[in-house]
Write a protein that binds this ligand. Sequence first.
Ligand SMILES: Nc1ncnc2c1ncn2[C@@H]1O[C@H](COP(=O)(O)OP(=O)(O)OP(=O)(O)O)[C@@H](O)[C@H]1O
Ligand SMILES: [Mg+2]
Length: 237
Amino acid sequence: MMANKMQAMILEWKEKAQDRNKVLQDLEVYRQVSAMDEAEKRRVSGIHDAIQKIPLRYQHKQWADFTVEHEDQRKIKTIMQRYANTYKDRMIQGNNVIFTGNYGTGKTLLSLIIYQQLVKAGFSCAYEPSLDFLRSLQEKKFAAAGVFNNAMAFYQHISFLIIDEVTEGGGKNRSLTDWESELLFKLINLRYQQQRCTLVISNRNRENLRNCLGERIYDRLADKGIPLAFNWKSYRQ
Ligand SMILES: Nc1ncnc2c1ncn2[C@@H]1O[C@H](COP(=O)(O)OP(=O)(O)OP(=O)(O)O)[C@@H](O)[C@H]1O
Ligand SMILES: [Mg+2]
C-alpha cells in the first residue's frame, strides 16, 4: 500500500516536471519569436527612415521607373542594376561610380533607385545633394574635434555614399575651395581604404570633372571605378 502511494507520488511529480518543462519551452519559443518581431520592426523602420531622408520626388522609385528610350541608357541601367545586385562584391573590389552628364538626364533618379535597393538589402546608405555637408563638417572641426571626428566616422563607415553635384563648390565660379578639396580627398581616401563605395554625380563632362576635382581625387574615384556618361536629352524639357 505504502509502495503504491509512493509510486503515485513519483508519477505525479514527473508529470508536473514535464508540464513545467513544457511551459519553459513555450516561453523560450515566445521569447525568440518576439525578439525576431522586434528585430524585424527595427529593420523595417530603419528602411523607412532611410527612404524619408531622400528628396520626396525620388522616394519609392524602382528600376521600372527608369524608362529606357535608347541603347546608351539601357546599357547604363543594366550596368547599375548588376552593380546593385552584386554590391557585396563591388565593396570588396572598391568599385566607385562616377555619373557625368547633362541636366535632367536621370542621374539623381538612378542613384536613388540604387540607394533604395541597397537600403532594403540592409546596407547603410547616405545621400548628400551638394558639398554643403563638407561645410558643416568643417564647422564641426573648428567647434569641437570630437564632434568632427564623429561626423567623419559616420561618412567613413556608411556603406554606400552618394555625393550629388560634387563639382559645385564654394569657390570662384563655383569651383572647389582648397579646404573642400582637402576634405573631399580625405573622405574619399578613407572610404576607399575601408572598401566603401562612393557614387559621385556631376553635370560636367569627364575631362572637366577631372580638372575640377583635381587628379588625386579623380584618380582615387576612377581607380576600379565605373565612369558613366548620361549623354542624352533632358527629361525636364
Ligand atoms: N529614364 C528615366 N525614366 C523616367 N523618368 C526619368 C528618367 N530620367 C529622368 N527622369 C525624370 O526626369 C527628372 C529629372 O531627373 P533627375 O533629377 O534624375 O536628373 P539629373 O540628371 O539628376 O539632373 P540634374 O543634373 O539637373 O540634377 C526627374 O523627375 C526624373 O524622375
Ligand atoms: Mg540631379
